[in-house]
Design a protein around this ligand. Structure first.
Ligand code: ADP
Length: 434
């Protein structure tokens, strides 16, 4: 194929020669030259019009057919446009992926202009900060997040530390705000993390230490006082007082031991590997033992019924399960007045194993139920202590059930009684080989 410029020159030469010939033959050289020039111009004009029409259509259709320089021009413009379209599509893909990934970020991200106006934010920002795509882009962030500590933080301009504040969308949610300057135009990136869980855990840990100290303080004071009296006594007449004091000391000592044992159990449950000691456990046999223990604890003051299908086995930790289930049964006895009834039930179906203890005791008001499994949480601390409670029983139950993939359900009505149910998943069911 000829070089397009060569073919163009050939076209021109052919036209000039033709014009010369026609001019020589007709003797009107000027007219022939004028005619040839006009024809050549019209030819170019036609191509210019076609090019303009094609470009106006967006250049997506196939380019007009042309030969010589025009064909080459059409081809190059077409290729350039194709390349542009491809890189535009790639860029749109990159932006789309960037948007998707930032939307999936669990933390809120807000891009702020130097003047403090919101330029862009992700989905989490809408949830955590209550921002709305339709109205808040372009608004000053200070007008939308109106908490005084945030205004203070922003006006100080020192973002080396983070700020904690309640979420404007949900006042129960605590946010940790960080502002990171970036880019050459004093832009800022505001990042907000939901730290509610961490804060609650911190508070629970602090409360826990305070509770442990408080629980151990009374028994220790009693022991100290009694020991002082013993040390001061130097005559045998005080023997009777000593006896009373020693019994008192023994009771408190027992309480301290129970608290320490329960605390050790919780710390073991928290630190040891899950499912390390999971072996087949006969629930039916275990519940028979727990039933006997309940009869002994009740001292025949309650009507206790055991309704358990024979041959229920599950994969678990025998010691942990015994501790959890006996805690629930012991609570039913301790929180039911004499003459009350207690039903211990256990059945198995396709969904798993359901264990429940139903009592006709004092019941629990609804607002306490959510918090019963917290350490040292008691509805009535005096009553719990008087019946030998440590306030840690249900915390242990919850831990043990969590470690077995099971969950606790509590339903209760004041003065009528309570039902504590444990749902064990079907995957824990064990079928002994006969
Ligand atoms: P405690 O050693 O005080 O019994 P738990 O953790 O076992 O500690 O129970 C926490 C609290 O839940 C108890 O103090 C009591 O107020 C309440 N509770 C537990 N079981 C029952 C029940 N069967 N009936 C009524 N209240 C109960």
């Amino acid at each position: 194929m000829l070089n397009p410029w060569a073919s163009e020159i050939w076209r021109l030469i052919t036209l000039v020669v033709l014009a010369l010939l026609v001019g020589l033959l007709t003797g009107k050289m000027l007219l022939a030259a004028l005619f040839a020039t006009v024809a050549y111009l019209i030819w170019h004009l036609v191509h210019l019009v076609r090019l303009e029409k094609w470009l106006r259509k967006g250049g997506t259709a196939t380019p007009p057919i042309g030969n010589g320089v025009w064909g080459e021009l059409y081809y190059h413009i077409y290729r350039m446009r194709q390349r542009n379209r491809k890189s535009k599509r790639r860029l749109a893909d990159v932006i789309g992926r960037f948007r998707e990934s930032t939307s999936a970020l669990p933390d809120a991200a807000v891009v702020l202009r130097a003047s403090g106006e919101i330029e862009w934010f992700n989905d989490a920002a809408a949830r955590y900060l209550g921002l709305s795509i339709s109205g808040d882009i372009g608004q000053r962030v200070i007008n939308l997040l109106r908490h005084p500590s945030f205004a203070n933080y922003l006006s100080k301009g020192d973002f080396s530390d983070s700020l904690e504040m309640p979420s404007p969308a949900d006042e129960m949610m605590i946010l940790e705000i960080n502002i990171v300057p970036y880019g050459g135009q004093n832009q800022n990136l505001l990042i907000a993390r939901d730290v509610t869980r961490i804060k609650n855990l911190e508070k629970m840990r602090k409360d826990f230490v305070a509770n442990v100290s408080h629980e151990l303080r009374t028994p220790l004071t009693v022991l100290t006082g009694t020991l002082e009296s013993l040390a001061d006594a130097d005559d045998s007449e005080t023997l009777a007082t000593w006896r009373r004091s020693i019994t008192h000391m023994q009771q408190h000592n027992q309480r301290m031991l129970s608290i320490v044992d329960d605390l050790l159990m919780i710390s073991r449950l928290e630190t040891e590997d899950n499912q390390r000691d999971h072996y087949p456990v006969s629930l039916s046999a275990m519940l028979a033992t727990i039933y006997d223990e309940a009869i002994a604890l009740s001292d025949n003051k309650h009507g206790i019924t055991l309704d358990v299908e024979p041959g229920i086995w599950l994969m678990g930790d025998e010691k942990e399960l015994h501790s959890a289930l006996s805690n629930l049964v012991a609570n039913a006895v301790r929180y039911s007045p004499a003459g009350g009834t207690i039903v211990i039930k256990c059945l198995q179906d396709d969904e798993g194993i359901l264990f429940s203890v139903k009592d006709s005791g004092i019941g629990i008001a609804p607002h306490h139920i959510q918090r019963l499994t917290e350490r040292f949480y008691r509805v009535d601390a005096g009553r719990s202590r008087a019946s030998g409670g440590t306030g840690l029983g249900l915390a242990i139950v919850k831990h043990v059930l969590d470690r077995h993939g099971a969950h606790l359900e509590i339903s209760s009505e004041i003065e009528k009684g309570s039902v504590f149910s444990c749902h064990f998943p079907a995957r824990l069911i064990y079928t002994p080989v006969k």
